[in-house]
Design a protein around this ligand. Sequence first.
Ligand code: F3S
Length: 285
Amino acid sequence: MEVIRAKTAGFCFGVKRAVDTVYEQLEKASESTTIYTYGPIIHNEEVVKDMKQKGVIVLQSEAELDALTEGTVIIRSHGVEKAIYDKLNAKGIKIVDATCPFVKKIHNIVQKESTNGNYIIIVGNPQHPEVEGIRGWAGIKAVVVQTKEDIDKLTIPENEKVCVVSQTTFNYNKFKELVEIILKKSYDVSVLNTICNATKERQTEAQRIAEEVDAMIVIGDKHSSNTQKLFEICKNACKDTYYIQTLDDLDMNQLGSVETVGITAGASTPNNIIEEVQNNVRIIF
Ligand code: F3S
């Protein structure tokens, strides 16, 4: 029996860095210091629950952040708008910045472009916290587009300098399609593809493994959209694909007699959950 675990299963570099940062801060902090995260550090209940038990308080809104008078605030991997740093700095509250460096790079690009007086088009979901954060560094000449219709509605004057960036998790083909439409407008456009490859790499590897194995296990939170997508990809390549949140959901009888099992996991699945599944599948078969 062979168990193949995807190398890209679980946390991406930026999420791992943010989660590690919280635990490091918990170790370093004195008893009297409260550690806050601005929003849940990751969309995984088990991890957030563990952090809460260790004393971390999750700030759910800007109003809660406004009410703070002390402590350390950890910024999650999605990043936040400049105004949040300004607010915390003005209060003298310590900031520990766990913004993913790939997201930080976009903040730096749009801030520079905005200082030079240029327009900025952010391709992404306007409601996503990462995009809200990017927008907050991009000045008043920034717009967010997600569809062709959004581009049709743009009111940027002709011949203006326009810089196009993307939300890190945006679909590459859709980005390309939207950029082609923007390029047809009479702007002086520079395009920076700021999409992060972590998601794409995880999907490509999952598909490759699913094509090779007799059964495939996809581990992740039921509400995680990237895990749902992984499951779809694997299911298309391997009909015996199972979507589980933890080992408890795995029905070993269902797996039947197989010779090879592949395992992958969504971006917010912690390593210990993946390992637990991996070890048990090994023992049983
Ligand atoms: Fe992860 Fe950072 Fe990419 S958070 S998905 S490595 S942009």
